[in-house]
Design a binder for this molecule. Structure first.
Ligand SMILES: [Fe+2]
Length: 256
């Protein structure tokens, strides 16, 4: 089993796949890599990509059938852009969780950490929805200060790392940020964040092997828990780790 938790594989409803042919290619590439499940997390961005459930569902059914032919189970989802009113959108049935269960993939703006994030996540958790923060390593504030993510995780939220972040597709700074999060148990699943068929590889398999090297315990946790997350079951994340940094004092003395 290998789950891709983040993909823009549904055609023509966001900036991801632009045709069923591209979607088919994406499915084929994923299958060759060993992916068994793909979460079809189309963007939900107010004013930009406001998915209509009917439109999403009818495209989803087709993609699900295409996936079945290739041995891939396509799972419903969304990548919801954070706004203060997510609870209201959820209560009104305008946004939905992975597999229509209890985990919701949510993205932040890249350069900011909105002050209402913790409150919105808290409201959702009270309602029984567990937020999964999409690619935290790509958020400038979190990459510079992982304590922000530590707080979110300790409050009961999860986080998804992009496979490409760990393989260096977004450059070294993001790679290093992603590796820090992996070492500290601050991510809980991998996603390709695939938008097209330009690259043959989704890197999910490679990213998982990187995680195994960096933090074998976390790799084991992911393999044990990923299906439970799709099934909407509760999971108990590993405790957040502190990285031991050599203090100035110990560095001064170790040189002697
Ligand atoms: Fe995405």
């Amino acid at each position: 089993m290998m789950i891709d938790f983040h993909s823009h594989i549904i055609p023509n409803i966001d900036d991801g796949s632009q045709s069923f042919d591209i979607t088919k290619d994406m499915l084929k590439n994923s299958a060759q890599e060993g992916t068994t499940h793909i979460c079809a997390t189309s963007h939900y961005i107010p004013g930009e990509f406001e998915q209509q459930k009917d439109t999403y569902d009818s495209a989803f059914v087709k993609v699900k059938e295409m996936g079945q032919d290739m041995g891939i189970n396509v799972i419903k989802g969304l990548e919801v852009y954070i706004t203060p009113n997510l609870l209201e959108l959820y209560n009104n049935g305008l946004i939905w969780c992975l597999n229509d269960r209890k985990y919701m993939l949510i993205e932040l703006p890249m350069r900011e950490f909105p002050l209402y994030t913790e409150d919105v996540f808290y409201e959702l958790r009270l309602k029984g929805v567990t937020p999964i923060l999409a690619h935290p390593e790509r958020n400038f504030k979190i990459a510079n200060n992982p304590e922000i993510l530590k707080n979110l995780v300790e409050q009961g939220n999860l986080a998804q790392v992009n496979a490409g972040s760990l393989t260096g597709a977004y450059g070294n700074t993001i790679k290093e940020a992603a590796e820090q999060l992996v070492k500290r148990n601050l991510v809980h699943m991998v996603g390709s964040d695939g938008h097209n068929n330009e690259r043959r590889n989704t890197f999910v398999k490679k990213a998982l092997s990187n995680i195994k090297e960096l933090n074998p315990e976390l790799h084991k946790w992911i393999k044990e828990n990923e299906i439970n997350i799709l099934n909407g079951e509760d999971v108990s994340p590993l405790p957040v780790r502190e990285l031991k940094k050599a203090s100035l004092f110990s560095r001064l003395f170790s040189k002697k």
